[in-house]
Ligand binder design. Structure first.
Ligand code: UD1
Ligand code: CA
Length: 468
């Protein structure tokens, strides 16, 4: 049963986000590597809501699919999308008969701090308000709803499009974040009309309605207006993303990571990095990547959804996606680690080497120019320059196994499925089609024949070579 202290979060995410000019719903655009909506969902968690409702409409299926794994909230469909007040009404059937407080968030305000939501709840409760509006004073209020006050108290909110010149000058804006007492909410929402320039049902009209009904309305002014910045366009997406990035870099530096040039370092919000790791300019670290301590990540490297252990060195210009690199290994320059690759402890992957779905055992080396795909490579193996696992027969992929201590000569093709046994040697330039027993030497290439005096005879036919 719902008690008085119950908190219910409602997040608005049904709008089309017209100004984004995108096929993708606005709240799925990424900020710091996470879909924008993820920030609202995480912020909501801090007030320990007994229910969380996400209002979806425009491309609802896509949002549902994307958030399917997340759980702990439920969807309400707003179809068609007739404005923010109409959006909140879609939560009515779910919240009917309950008591408590509704915290209302927008899906497009990712910088909102958890502490602000806690303060909102406190302010709202302490004031015994029916509604509390989070506001901020900004230099450029353009686009936001303005807070109109009479005798210091909030009287109404006027949207940019409907504001007269004197109201447009007001610099206190509506953040779109509110607390509402559940009891009078849905009845008051029914009193909202759509007589405005957009023909929409504005949630912001609720303030004037509450004042008329003598329901107390409070405001909570946030000091740092950055926090409530909404994203409506690609420019705002870039601006907010840059703030998220800067905050992430500062957090990492505070925790002991050296970032040589924060301005050119792009690290997604969910990335973890250990102390004493040095990140050079132009590095991009994305998704759920974890990097250990005392690593060196040289310039112009991109790492995504990967695990890098301690004391690893990633040299310049590497692309690492969905891979694991164990302690003390070294990768690059110009290496490409593709998904399901594991580089063992102290292993070395050198320049122009590509690994796909390949395990490289501890201490093994592929120092130059190789393609190793669907391969299981043991410990202390030496893979010569120009080695290629021919893993694809045009229809299927096949595995290559190279056991501990084997030595693969340069320019070898390993035609899979094939196995090179423990400690075996493969002569340079071989095309290996059959398994090589442990300890054996395999050579599979045309035998060399030297034809004595051939050059002189050839030139003799054509005439004497030119004098030097
Ligand atoms: C809204 C506020 C404005 C405030 C600003 C803060 C209104 C009328 N205006 O304006 O006062 O300053 O936020 O960022 O509320 N949505 C729906 N269904 C709809 C329409 C919108 O779910 O029918 C959702 C959107 O997906 C979005 C949120 O509501 O997450 C806000 O809508 P948006 O169109 O961005 O409103 P603003 O013009 O920014
Ligand atoms: Ca908005």
């Amino acid at each position: 049963m719902a008690g008085l202290a119950d908190v219910h979060v409602v997040i608005l995410a049904a709008g089309q986000g017209t100004r984004m000019k995108s096929q993708l719903p606005k709240v799925l655009h990424r900020v710091g590597g996470r879909p924008m909506i993820e920030y609202a969902l995480r912020a909501a968690d801090v007030v320990f809501p007994s229910t969380t409702t996400l209002i979806v409409g425009h491309r609802a299926d896509m949002i549902r699919d994307r958030l399917a794994e997340r759980g702990n909230f439920h969807f309400a469909l707003q179809e068609p999308q007739l404005g923010t007040a109409h959006a909140v009404q879609q939560a009515e059937s779910h919240l009917a008969g309950r008591k408590g407080t509704v915290i209302l968030l927008s899906g497009d305000v990712p910088l909102l701090k958890a502490s602000t939501l806690r303060r909102l709840l406190e302010t709202h409760k302490n004031a015994g308000a029916a509604a509390t509006v989070v506001t901020a004073v900004v230099d450029r209020p353009y686009g936001y709803g303005r807070i109109v006050r009479t005798k210091g108290r909030i009287a109404r909110i006027v949207e940019e499009r409907d504001a007269a010149a004197n109201v447009r000058k007001i610099r206190e804006i509506n953040s779109g974040i509110y607390a509402f007492d559940l009891a009078p909410l849905f009845d008051a929402l029914r009193a909202i009309a759509s007589q405005n320039t957009q023909g929409e049902y504005y949630l912001t009209d609720l303030v004037a309605i509450y004042r008329r009904r003598r329901l107390p309305v409070e405001t909570l002014l946030v000091e740092n207006a950055q926090e409530i910045r909404g994203i409506n366009s690609r420019t705002e997406l870039a601006e907010v993303s840059s703030i998220v990035r800067q905050t992430k870099n500062e957090e990492l530096m505070a925790a002991g990571v050296t970032i040589v040039d924060p301005a050119t370092t792009y690290i997604d919000s969910d990335v973890e990095i250990g102390a004493d790791t040095v990140i050079h300019p132009g590095v991009v670290i994305e998704g759920h990547t974890r990097i250990g301590s005392a690593c060196e990540i040289q310039g112009s490297v991109r790492i995504r959804d990967s695990e890098i252990a301690d004391r690893v060195r990633i040299n310049n210009f590497c692309l690492i996606i969905g891979a694991r690199v164990a302690e003390g290994a070294s990768v690059g320059p110009f290496a490409h680690l593709r998904p399901e690759t594991a580089v063992g402890e102290g292993a070395k992957i050198g320049n122009f080497v590509e690994l796909k779905k390949t395990t490289m055992g501890p201490g093994s080396k592929a120092n130059h120019l190789a393609y190793l795909g669907d391969a299981t490579i043991g410990a202390n193996v030496n893979v010569g320059a120009g080695t290629i696992t021919c893993n694809y027969d045009g229809e299927r992929k096949h595995a290559t196994i190279i056991e501990d201590g084997a030595f693969i000569g340069s320019d070898t093709q390993l035609i899979a499925p094939v196995r090179v046994g423990k400690g075996a040697y493969v002569g340079a330039g071989s095309s290996i089609t059959e398994d090589v027993p442990a300890g054996a030497l395999a050579i599979a290439r045309g035998r060399q024949s030297n034809i004595e005096g051939w050059v002189a005879r050839k030139k003799g036919k054509k005439g004497t070579p030119a004098k030097r």
